[in-house]
Design a binder for this molecule. Structure first.
Ligand code: ADP
Length: 447
């Protein structure tokens, strides 16, 4: 087992990883920018190293500084959290070259899945169903028209290097295609420095369903069921559930089994998420994330298994603590992402939290790095906490969520809590009857 883990992240996820390390008796080092000196994870860690000024480029994305922090403190492993360097293959390679363990998959696996065209090809080869579309990158309008005619409109043009919902353009007819292709290419080039794009069928009413997988790096793969992340705004997840209200046990074990076998065949190591769109009973692979996800706690709630413990165990060579047959799904869990944003316009609302009171009681978990008197810096994303609620079934979970939202107090800044208070009373949400477009339509109506 590791002696000392360096946590290369901030906010709630840095605290989440720190908690797992403490439970396992592992020493912790955190790195932070000058804007985060007062952060909770910095206060609670055994050691902390300031690695640079507020802009992420110069601190949380600064590989040299992070490697230097490992060397100075003698950390033998790095947990990257999510975002920042968590899917940076070069970072994984550099750590390996310094004999520091990257708590995640190999640089090669990150590289394959980080390129969406390559990821889709690999998924297909491993027997995972994919969205119909082009086999590779498309650059010519003529070729785009041919593929689109073959799969049928509407189609979506996506950046191979994409992420965070950027660089996607929908074309409803052939007349839209040229503009969509050119805009997607130039947006992708500007955002990712790589303008390769591909085309796939645009599904009209899908749900976003993703499977949590784990590989032990020695040819064994398991799945931890699925999460339904269909409630999205601008392709960003807002509310996540496990299990999906749309799947039955048979579908769950069918798609889970396909994913677990694929992970085993790949020889993958650590946590991963295989994302699908789900429509009319069919699954269509869209991408794989090679890291821990923001929404992992809903899976932990229904399985009772700490996924960060498992990541650390696997990375240290100790293997998974569970076999597929040990993973049972118990009850229902929902996560609400609480952002420091105006609940209607979604403009960021940094500032000082004058009062922070979290709900409690059976089935409630709050993952957050903020506290009363904490000043939210304006440099990073606006997630200030996650409310995760568990119940014996979805109805109980929703009742508990409603009362937990009533108890939650965040004063001094605007947050998205009022949005969740509205959603929890909505009949479609109560029935689990929503697709990936539901939330945008609801917000457009201004209800
Ligand atoms: P990113 O990596 O940028 O998050 P994804 O490929 O994961 O991109 O897609 C993000 C979201 O975009 C999906 O959850 C879904 O809402 C939408 N989306 C992606 N591909 C399609 C598609 N073929 N049809 C309809 N919606 C799509």
């Amino acid at each position: 087992m590791f002696q000392k883990i360096l946590i290369a992240n901030r906010g709630e996820i840095a605290l989440r990883v720190l908690r797992a390390c403490k439970e396992l008796g592992i020493q912790t080092v955190v790195v932070h920018s000058t804007a985060d000196s007062d952060a909770m994870h910095v206060r609670l860690a055994d050691e902390s190293v300031c690695i640079g000024p507020p802009p992420s480029r110069e601190s949380y994305l600064n590989i040299h500084q992070i490697v230097a922090a490992c060397e100075i403190t003698g950390a033998d492993a790095v947990h990257p959290g999510y975002g920042f360097l968590s899917e940076n293959a070069k970072f994984a390679d550099i750590l390996a070259a310094h004999n520091i363990t990257f708590i995640g998959p190999s640089g090669d696996h990150i590289r394959v899945m980080g390129d969406k065209i390559e990821a889709k090809r690999t998924a297909k080869r491993l027997g995972i169903p994919v969205v119909p579309g082009s086999d590779g990158a498309i650059s010519e309008e003529k070729e785009a028209k041919r593929v689109a005619a073959e799969i049928g409109y509407p189609v979506i043009i996506k950046a191979s290097a994409g992420g965070g919902g950027r660089g996607m353009k929908v074309a409803h007819t052939e007349a839209d295609l040229e503009v969509a292709l050119q805009t997607a290419k130039s947006e992708a080039g500007a955002a990712f420095g790589d303008d390769a794009v591909y085309i796939e069928k645009y599904l009209q009413k899908p749900r976003h369903i993703e499977v949590q997988v784990f590989g032990d790096g020695a040819g064994r793969g398991v799945h931890f069921g699925e999460r339904d992340c269909s409630l999205q705004r601008r392709h960003q997840k807002v509310w996540e559930e496990a299990n999906s209200p749309a799947l039955n046990a048979e579908e769950r074990s069918h798609i889970g089994g396909i994913c677990a076998r694929a992970i085993a065949d790949l020889g993958y190591s650590g946590a991963g998420t295989i994302e699908f769109l789900y429509e009319n009973g069919e699954f269509y692979f869209i991408e794989m994330n090679t890291r821990l996800q923001v929404e992992h706690p809903v899976t932990e709630a229904i399985t009772g298994i700490d996924l960060v413990h498992e990541q650390i165990r696997v990375a240290s060579g100790g293997g998974l603590s569970v076999k597929q047959e040990d993973i049972k799904f118990n009850g229902h869990a929902i996560e609400c992402r609480i952002n420091a944003e105006d609940p209607r316009t979604f403009t960021p609302s940094p500032g000082t939290i004058t009062h922070f009171h979290t709900p409690g009681g059976l089935g409630i978990r709050v993952d957050s790095g903020v506290y009363s008197g904490y000043k939210i810096p304006p440099y990073y994303d606006s997630l200030i906490g996650k409310l995760i609620v568990h119940g014996r079934n979805r109805v109980e979970c929703m009742m508990r969520l409603r009362r937990a939202l009533d108890e939650f107090v965040v004063d001094g800044i605007k947050t998205t809590l009022p949005l969740f208070r509205d959603l929890v009373g909505n009949p479609d949400i109560a029935n689990g009857d929503y697709d990936i477009h539901w939330l945008e339509k609801y917000l457009a109506k201004g209800e």
